[in-house]
Design a protein around this ligand. Structure first.
Ligand code: FE2
Length: 344
């Protein structure tokens, strides 16, 4: 507390300038949440200002909207523990699709841990991308709008017995990213929204950005990513969302400040958005021959068509955003000019 106030003084902030104390009320690990909540309560009592209990996932969304031109996006939120597709509708951030078991990133971190080079994660990813030679078929599990990564993770671990780590890592990443991009595309198709926002620590991955960008370009949607420092967990996202909540009168009593490790994104009543000011119908740009409604008919179906290469092997053609970057390497020598999925 002493250090905090000293730092605030250095920056010209007086205790009387503080209107409220925002803290992450959940979701997350109980012991970590409780530690911060205890400090927040102590500050709230000693400064005589209200507490603001922020939902961690919503904080990722709000800071992304603040730091980009996005106004009403479909949000792909991917981190170590979370993989959700979210969008605002009817007073709440609704979860359109999410993982049914584990988050997308953990298996990837574990696989990268198998790489022998002792370099930071970002460099390991680059090493993997550069040295992967082929795509290994792994389970692609999209169930309606939901996702499952546990089977994919197990299959990737099994594949390590026979294939180089770089190929396994690369194949896991391509498969998992294609899955989340598909669900984000389905959410765009269902809601008719025209913006996609990427949030969470995995959002720093350039391959995921590339795939989302391809999908958005194909659908005529805008794709937004905030600065890297606001993608992973950061204090600013809690403070900023706390400010939005405070201004809309959304504060907590001490009695209600208990943490909630399972706090759902759609549990939160969003008091700080005036719905009437959000665009809900996609605008058709001048010169476009499409009539309103036609774009909404464009669904997110993944499978397009089957093709055969010169050797008569069948290939499953996928949408641009779900094609594998390594496919050219894979097709080398087949003589076919077609691009497509791994040979069936
Ligand atoms: Fe987070």
């Amino acid at each position: 507390m002493k250090r905090l106030l000293a730092e605030a003084k250095e920056k010209g902030v007086k205790p009387s300038d503080i209107d409220g104390i925002a803290f992450s009320q959940g979701p997350g690990l109980g012991p970590c949440l409780r530690t911060v909540a205890t400090a927040a309560r102590m500050l709230s009592i000693s400064l005589g200002v209200p507490l603001i209990g922020v939902n961690h996932c919503i904080a990722h969304i709000e800071i992304g909207i603040w730091r980009t031109p996005a106004t009403d996006p479909v949000v792909l939120y991917v981190s170590g523990a979370n993989s959700q597709v979210i969008s605002y509708m009817g007073g709440r951030y609704r979860v359109f699709g999410e993982t049914l078991d584990i988050g997308l990133e953990m298996p990837l971190i574990n696989l990268l841990g198998e790489l022998t080079c002792r370099t930071p994660e970002g460099q390991r990813l680059k090493h993997m991308q550069k040295n992967a030679k082929k795509y290994i078929h792994l389970p692609y599990v999209v169930k309606g709008m939901d996702l499952s990564f546990s089977g994919l993770s197990t299959a990737a671990s099994e594949a390590l017995k026979k294939a180089p780590i770089e190929d396994v890592c690369y194949s896991y990443q391509e498969t998992a990213f294609a899955m989340v991009v598909e669900v984000a595309e389905r959410a765009l198709a269902h809601t008719g929204k025209k913006e996609v926002l990427l949030a969470g620590g995995v959002g720093a991955n350039t391959r995921l950005r590339e795939m989302l960008n391809d999908m958005c370009e194909a659908r005529g949607a805008k794709f937004y990513v905030p600065e890297k420092r606001f993608m992973g967990d950061n204090g600013t996202m809690i403070a900023y969302t706390g400010l939005l909540m405070y201004k809309s009168g959304n504060t907590l009593s001490l009695e209600d400040s208990r943490v909630n490790p399972s706090y759902r994104t759609d549990d939160v009543k969003v008091t700080w958005i005036q719905e009437g000011k959000m665009k809900r119908v996609p605008e058709i740009s001048p010169g476009t021959s499409l009539k309103l409604g036609e774009m909404l008919d464009n669904g997110a179906e993944a499978i397009v068509t089957w093709k055969k290469d010169l050797k008569g092997r069948k290939y499953l053609l996928r949408k641009e955003s779900r094609k594998l970057t390594g496919i050219k390497k894979l097709m080398k020598g087949s003589g076919s000019k077609e691009t497509g999925q791994k040979p069936a």
